[in-house]
Design a protein around this ligand. Structure first.
Ligand code: AMP
Ligand code: ZN
Length: 134
């Protein structure tokens, strides 16, 4: 077993556990954006969101919600961001499905991605490719 998160789940390497149930684990990210930055993982190994079944995703999301509420209630976060890097090309460095919960603190200065504008006809062309509503 080479997966670092599987090792954390198995207790082979230490972690700061935030929450645990039968199917999911939440633990502090070792390199936090803000204190309290938490990772939520399924205990079973799935590389990414596409590999995981719906039941697993529901369980993980339930834990994400619990942790988010705690960040607000107990840490005083004014909000939080939920982030999942899906695939190495998207910045996923650990190939075990995980959701980042990043607590937001007043004035933390975090900004996210730049936004572009669609050129004329571009939105329609993209939509033609990805629209699944038939
Ligand atoms: P990502 O880049 O989205 O795959 O996120 C992986 C995250 O795992 C990074 O934010 C790392 O800081 C975090 N990480 C890596 N190793 C550990 C560890 N042993 N304990 C806690 N967090 C870790
Ligand atoms: Zn794993």
């Amino acid at each position: 077993m080479s997966c670092i998160f599987c090792k954390i789940i198995a207790g082979e390497i230490p972690s700061y556990k935030v929450y645990e149930d039968k199917h999911t684990l939440a633990f502090l990210d070792i390199g936090p954006v803000n204190p309290g930055h938490t990772l939520v993982v399924p205990k079973k190994h799935f590389a990414n969101i596409e590999e995981a079944g719906e039941e697993t995703l529901c369980r993980v999301m339930k834990t994400v919600k619990k942790v988010g509420l705690s960040l607000k209630k107990n840490l005083g976060a004014v909000g939080y961001n939920i982030l999942e890097a899906n695939d190495p090309e998207a910045g996923q460095s650990v190939p075990h499905l995980h959701f980042h919960l990043i607590p937001r603190l007043p004035g933390d200065g975090l900004t996210f991605w730049p936004q572009k504008k669609y050129a004329t006809g571009e939105a329609e062309a993209v939509l033609k490719k990805i629209n699944m509503i038939k």
